[in-house]
Ligand binder design. Sequence first.
Ligand SMILES: Cc1cc2nc3c(=O)[nH]c(=O)nc-3n(C[C@H](O)[C@H](O)[C@H](O)COP(=O)(O)OP(=O)(O)OC[C@H]3O[C@@H](n4cnc5c(N)ncnc54)[C@H](O)[C@@H]3O)c2cc1C
Length: 337
Amino acid sequence: MPVPVEAGGLWSGVAASARPLCETYRSLAGGDASVALVSSMHPAVIAFWLASPDPSQPEWERQRSALFASALAGEQWGTITSEPGSGGDLFKTRATAAPLDGESFLPGRAYAVTGDKHFGSGMGVTDRMITTAVAEGDDAPSIFVLDVSGRPWDGSAGLQLTAEWDGSGMAATQSHAMRLEGIPSVRMAWGGKIEAITRAAGPLVATLFTSVVLGVLDEAVGVARDQIRNRAAQLRPFEQVEWARAEQDHWLAVQAYEGALRAMESGEAALHAALRAKESTADLAEQTLLRLTRVLGGGTFSRRSPFAHWFEDVRALGFLRPPWGLAYDQLFTTSLE
Ligand SMILES: Cc1cc2nc3c(=O)[nH]c(=O)nc-3n(C[C@H](O)[C@H](O)[C@H](O)COP(=O)(O)OP(=O)(O)OC[C@H]3O[C@@H](n4cnc5c(N)ncnc54)[C@H](O)[C@@H]3O)c2cc1C
């Protein structure tokens, strides 16, 4: 879906293709939140190459074509960009990249990347992952593609598992922490500042993550409604109000998400709308799950209840890129543009 039509895929631009893409992840998340989140990283990463075509940069265009061919061939893309202590800010990376000689797995300059990373959702199922590092001689970070397919995690080939993922939500995402130790990688061939790329892709990336959590919320509200319908006559006034408010919050989250999609469809600069939708949905999803569990009772605390993991799954949205603090920095600046 994120491969352009001219390269053999279904993507015909953000205005036409963002909605069906996001709706797919929304549906998938109703079935399995972790599978949906890991899968959503694939278009979220490819979005960096999708959003900024530039025929005046032949190296960039060559790399874009190769990347789309890789996705079309079924290779799964992901990201292990986050670093402990960076607050999710790509530009606060402490990782480094040293040039390497020779050909690589993707058109572009080859490097060896070294640094500590965490939250690599999809480790073990992804073939390619992106990360950030500062290349030798540079004063600002660049984006690098890592070849992680089949690579061992014991430090023998540039990848050392430092902390196995044990998330109480999004439990099956395998978002492990890794030490990169000279791992072979290819530098993004974009000739300008990476802010231009991250900004262009930002609305789609934020809305993809919103769609995943909204899908969890849709399912949780649907399951709760079926349970509540069976005992509607016994609900106390407090429980009736909590249910009504949960439904209201869910409805508001849907409107926020629709607002982000409409902003992308209208062709306007959609970053502010997408961030507002992401942060609103993150708040509303947490509130909704809290209210649902109050109505449905203490049984929702049991690991056997899907509400126990949905409660934690929806909390991921606020931490996903851009995480809370950074999102509010960006909301403030984009509100005044
Ligand atoms: C379920 C899940 C899946 C994820 N999947 C991925 C993924 O696939 N790939 C990926 O790259 N990331 C992923 N992330 C990580 C996410 O994008 C954020 O980078 C991460 O949540 C930020 O972690 P933190 O808030 O603990 O930040 P930390 O960097 O550990 O910072 C901790 C706290 O200190 C503050 N802080 C620390 N240092 C600074 C600083 N220098 N400037 C500003 N504030 C600072 C932060 O605001 C934060 O509140 C995932 C996160 C979750 C929860």
